[in-house]
Design a protein. Sequence first.
Length: 129
Amino acid sequence: MTESIIPEEVARFVLDNIYSVAHLEALLLLHSNPDQAWSASRLAARLYISEEQTAELLLALRAQGLIAEKAQQPGSFEYKPASTDLDLMIKRLAQIHAKHLVPITNLIHSKPKPRIQEFADAFRLRKGE
């Protein structure tokens, strides 16, 4: 069912490039506000995650060529994909996400976790016991 809702190329982009729902939400928030500069603290307040996690997301998005650091405002980022193709893909993803939030979220959660992440998660669960 997901295959018919999410075009294959969009699903592939999500599977290859989106690491978490917060990662997606950060990208889409910057996409929907292209004229704004976003610091980690400002974005963290909108995403309801820690500033440290948000800073990591911003660096990952920049490394992927999806956003850029503003030259005149170090530590602030803006939506600025490295290519027109990336911009078009993100626009498609935003449109599909707006209509099919749950299937996109399920797709992100369906990704297998790297073994090191599974180990870290297991440690966190045991640590709280």
